[in-house]
Design a protein around this ligand. Structure first.
Ligand code: SAM
Ligand code: SF4
Length: 328
C-alpha cells in the first residue's frame, strides 16, 4: 500500500498517535481530576484491544505513523494491559506510555517484555506529604519505586513529568533537577494547562518556561538543544550531566510543529488536545466500516485542524473533556 502523509491545512504532517486505554485512575491529582473522580466510561463503551490495534495499524499503514503513546486516565488500571502492548509492539513504531508509576514495581518487567520501549512517569513532588496533597494519594514511595523499576527493567529513556503550579510545588525545581541528574533521567517540567476537571485553572498559577529556565539556570546552567516536533523543548546542562525538558504549552505554544492526534478510551478521534469536536471512530468500527472508510474519516478530521489552541485569548474555548478524559 502507498503510504500517504496525514497533512492538515497548515502543512503539518502527523505521525504521532496518543491512545487512551481507560479514563479511570487510581489517583485524583488536584490539577486533573476532582476528589470524587468522574463518571467513568462503561466497559462496553471502551474500545477493545482488537479495535485499538486495528486503528493503530490503519494509522501506520495508511499514514506512516511511527510513534504511539499509551495513556489514560491511568493506563495501568486497564486489565491485561501487557496483552495490548504485545499486539501494538508488532507495529514498526516507537511504543511509549505515560503513567503515574504506582503499578510499575509490579508490572514494569512484564510491560518491557511485551515490547513497550519507554515510559514517562508523572511525579509532581518529592516530598511525601505534599505528594499526598497533590495526588490525593499517599504514594510517593511507590512512585519512586516505580521509577527505579522502570530504569532497572531497561526502559530507555525514562522521563519524569512534573506539572508545576505556582505556590504548590514551584519551590521544588532545584530538587527535581538534582533528582534527575542523580538518577540519570530527564525531568520534563510541564506548564499547568486549563484542562483540570475542577475548572480552577488560572493563568497566574502557570510557572512559565521563562521562569523555569531562570530557576534551572541558577542551579546549573543549561543551553537549548535543537527543537523537534516533540512537545518538550530540551536543554542540556553545560557541565555535561544530563538534560531537562520544558513543555510550555501555555507561554510558548508549540502548535506550529504539532504532529499529534489522539483517540479517547471510548474511541473518539481528536485532532488536537484542545479540540472541541471529535470523530466517532468507535461507531465506524462497530458498524463494520472498511479500513479505507476509517482512514478517510481520520483525514477529514485532520484537514480541519486549527492553527493553534489560543489559550489566554478571548476566543479560547475550553474543551468539554478534562485531561484524564482525553489522554494527556
Ligand atoms: N495517569 C497518567 C499520568 O498521570 O501520567 C497518564 C494520564 S495524565 C492525564 C498525562 C499527563 O498529563 C501527566 O503527566 C499529567 O501530569 C498531565 N496533566 C494532567 N492534567 C494536567 C493539566 N491540567 N495541565 C498540565 N498537565 C496535566
Ligand atoms: Fe490520574 Fe494522571 Fe490525572 Fe493524576 S494526572 S489524576 S494520575 S490521570
Amino acid at each position: 500500500m502507498m503510504v500517504k502523509q496525514l497533512v492538515d491545512g497548515f502543512g503539518r504532517v502527523h505521525r504521532d498517535l496518543r491512545i487512551s486505554v481507560t479514563d479511570r485512575c487510581n489517583f485524583r491529582c488536584t490539577y486533573c481530576m476532582p476528589a470524587e473522580g468522574l463518571k467513568w466510561v462503561s466497559r462496553a463503551d471502551l474500545l477493545t484491544f482488537e479495535e485499538i490495534t486495528r486503528v493503530a495499524k490503519i494509522m501506520v499503514e495508511y499514514y506512516g505513523f511511527n510513534s504511539i503513546r499509551i495513556t489514560g486516565g491511568e493506563p495501568t488500571v486497564r486489565a491485561k494491559l501487557p496483552v495490548l502492548i504485545k499486539k501494538l509492539a508488532k507495529l514498526p513504531v516507537d511504543l511509549a506510555m505515560t503513567t503515574n508509576g504506582v503499578s510499575l514495581p509490579l508490572i514494569a518487567r512484564e510491560l518491557r517484555k511485551a515490547g513497550l520501549n519507554r515510559v514517562n512517569i508523572s511525579c509532581d513532588s518529592l516530598r511525601a506529604e505534599r505528594f499526598a496533597e497533590l495526588s490525593r494519594r499517599d504514594m510517593l514511595s511507590r512512585v519512586l519505586e516505580g521509577i527505579d523499576a522502570a530504569i532497572a527493567v531497561g526502559f530507555r529513556p525514562v522521563k519524569i513529568n512534573c506539572v508545576l503550579i505556582r505556590g504548590a510545588n514551584d519551590d521544588e525545581i532545584a530538587d527535581f533537577v538534582a533528582f534527575g541528574r542523580e538518577k540519570g533521567i530527564e525531568v520534563r517540567f510541564i506548564e499547568f494547562m486549563p484542562l483540570d476537571a475542577d475548572q480552577k485553572w488560572g493563568n497566574n498559577q502557570v510557572i512559565t518556561a521563562d521562569e523555569i529556565r531562570y530557576l534551572v539556570n541558577s542551579v546549573s546552567p543549561i543551553e537549548p538543544v535543537v527543537r523537534t516536533s516533540a512537545p518538550a523543548t530540551r536543554y542540556r546542562f553545560l557541565d555535561g550531566k544530563g538534560y531537562i525538558g520544558i513543555v510550555a504549552s501555555v507561554s510558548e505554544s508549540f502548535c506550529t510543529t504539532c504532529d499529534r492526534v489522539r483517540i479517547t478510551a471510548e474511541g473518539q478521534f481528536r485532532n488536537c488536545l484542545f479540540a472541541t469536536s471529535e470523530t466517532d471512530i468507535r461507531k465506524l468500527l462497530r458498524n463494520k466500516a472498511t479500513d479505507d472508510e476509517i482512514a478517510s474519516a481520520v483525514s477529514t478530521s485532520v484537514a480541519t485542524k486549527w492553527a493553534g489552541h489560543q489559550i489566554n485569548q478571548v476566543n479560547f474555548i475550553r474543551p468539554r473533556r478534562s485531561m484524564s478524559q482525553i489522554g494527556g
